[in-house]
Design a protein around this ligand. Structure first.
Ligand code: AMP
Ligand code: TRP
Length: 333
């Protein structure tokens, strides 16, 4: 059976190493598989759940598309599009919000984190965000959804929504419950400044993350300044439970070299962090610097990026509008 891949990235700026190792690198590999159809969405409707500056949003939409292409996704062989260009997403989200239960959404930890202490002031969109995400996936009958670990709960909700729809309307297997594709290891890259916090676009300190648009000097500087501890490099995985920054940096190293954490521990056991950091910088420069340069080059040609997105919208719309018509028929519209 051929695989249908769908995934999304929010155009909210500062795409970083966590996005890359947790999600985009996996997109690239999947996009090269034979017998696999891939759709990668710039989820601009998700972005506006938190207030965005319209000009910046437009730039960020292009930059996200440029990042997909610069990382190695071929826009001729895969669909790259922005969500707001295909009306079925918003329509599907409304319909599915009548299927999803408040109790299910109340359990979503990402909403709790993003809304912070003042939940009364969060937008309704931020709360129902996972329902829109479910619509994204279900409109394309996606079989597999590659994401970072933080999206696991949203994918479970998507499966629950699909099952309830199918049961409520007695349409067995009509909405297809997708399988999550989450890396077994290193699916959560942490901040360079605090090993207990996720690397994030919105963290104020730029030193907490490697941006995919960082140049050589920035990468070198950020790794130099990355938090470590005063002990030599660990020689045992058990030590890492309390040495979160060392664990994160070794995780990044392992992910970049496609090796196991255990293997990386053995390579550097007892050595100084400075020696390890030198190697890590080398790896990051060889993987990220070409992508950074390519993103900047692509951003010079806005009309090329707009054309990729428009072509993608056209192709995605053909699939999604058919599915939404079937959904409406089932509902009795
Ligand atoms: P977002 O930027 O929230 O739209 O996320 C895009 C993709 O990157 C999603 O699949 C996330 O799960 C993934 N992601 C975001 N931050 C991290 C991180 N720190 N580590 C691993 N994956 C991440
Ligand atoms: N919620 C995802 C994130 O923040 C982005 C997203 C939106 C997505 N729709 C999706 C991911 C559909 C996978 C499939 O990372």
């Amino acid at each position: 059976m051929s695989k249908k891949i769908f995934s999304g990235v929010q155009p909210t700026g500062n795409l970083h190493l966590g996005n890359y190792l947790g999600a985009i690198k996996n997109f690239v590999e999947l996009s090269k598989e034979i017998d696999t159809n891939c759709i990668f969405c710039v989820v601009d409707l998700h972005a506006i759940t938190i207030k965005q500056d319209p000009k910046e949003l437009k730039n960020n939409i292009r930059e996200t598309a440029a990042t997909f292409v610069a990382s190695g996704i071929d826009p001729k062989k895969n669909i790259i599009f922005n969500q707001s260009g295909v009306p079925a997403h918003a329509e599907g989200a409304w319909i599915l919000s009548c299927i999803a239960r408040m109790g299910w959404l109340n359990r979503m930890t990402q909403f709790k984190e993003k809304a912070g202490n003042d939940k009364e002031k969060a937008s309704i969109g931020l709360y129902s965000y996972p329902v829109l995400m479910a619509a994204d996936i279900l409109l394309y009958d996606a079989t597999h959804v590659p994401v970072g670990d933080d999206q696991r709960q949203h994918l479970e909700l998507c499966r629950d929504i699909a099952q309830k729809f199918n049961n409520d309307f007695n349409v067995k297997n009509f909405l297809r419950a997708p399988e999550p594709l989450i890396q077994k290891e290193f699916s959560r890259i942490m901040s360079l400044k605090d090993g207990s916090k996720k690397m994030s676009k919105s963290e104020i300190s730029d030193l907490s993350r490697i941006n995919l648009t960082d140049d050589k000097d920035q990468i070198i500087n950020k790794i130099k300044k990355a938090k470590t501890d005063t002990m030599p490099m660990p020689s045992d995985a058990n030590e890492l439970k309390k040495r979160l920054e060392a664990k994160n940096l070794l995780g990044i190293y392992s992910s970049l070299t496609n090796s196991s954490l255990q293997n990386s521990i053995e390579v550097f056991a007892g050595k100084n962090f400075s020696e390890f950091k030198e190697k890590l910088v080398e790896l990051l420069l060889s993987e990220i610097d070409p992508i950074s340069k390519e993103i900047k080059k692509l951003l010079q040609d806005k009309s090329y990026l707009d054309k990729i997105l428009l072509d993608g919208v056209e192709k995605a719309d053909l699939i999604a509008s058919k599915k939404i018509e079937s959904i409406k028929k089932i509902l009795g519209f």
